[in-house]
Ligand binder design. Sequence first.
Ligand code: FE
Ligand code: FE
Ligand code: ZN
Length: 289
Amino acid sequence: MIYIGNHVSVTDGYEAMGRHEISLGGDTFAFFPRNPRGGRSKDVTPEDIAALRALIEENNFGPLVVHGAYTMNLCSAKEEVRANSLEMITDDLVRLQQLPGNFYNFHPGSHTGQGTETGIEQIADGLVAAITETERRTGTELANTVLLETMTGKGSEMGGTFEELRAIMDRVAEIADGRPTAKLGVCFDTCHVWDAGYDIVNDLDGVLGEFDRIIGLEYLRAIHINDSKNDCGARKDRHEKLGQGKIGAEALKSVVRHPLLQGKPFILETPNEDEGYRQEIAAIRSLML
Ligand code: FE
Ligand code: FE
Ligand code: ZN
């Protein structure tokens, strides 16, 4: 059994997101706490958050997979971008303290020419600073797990290899003397790993085995389930509807049914409107173990 859902809009508030997802047949969802391109986050009342918490509990939802804004880049060469990103991630984490036990996923960033070593360093510094500042501002321990998303590695994008993700996590442990590592995990995006060159069509077990060796499967906490418009290793990052891309229905079915991935939240980021999501969710439910 897995949890399945898609991205929903925060425009009408938190409880409305839960109701919307239920109407699509889902039992988890993703949302951007602010406009995905950055900008101000939506004001939210404690009552609205409490209503969502009650709703997802009643309906046995799995953990939510909140998504940080695409514009965040903790390893930009520009100091101002790094500072803004740190403030965005901290502000998101502070807000999500009211919604404990869920995941906050973000794109590690692009080193914009600084090199991967600097990228790893700056992402780790930013993460430790964001977690520390969240705990300082709220006076409570971080209530959610922060996930680094597997990326395609296009351009100077970080996180295109399992080794890079491991290195970021190791560096966090080093700076923070081991402490926040337990609060980190990885979100496995099927389109991204495929585009990065991991052949989940012909060797899903091999790819998961490699993930286990390098990062540890206990850190794989959520899945973005997407098809891809491009070939394995293309490093393009163009999502496709399930079964209509180069990954294809058979391989995605194996992902959904994989014994090592049971019990986790799966989020659709396919190019769909509500009706398309409703159909994909139903199709995945019919495959569930
Ligand atoms: Fe993402
Ligand atoms: Fe994704
Ligand atoms: Zn993507």
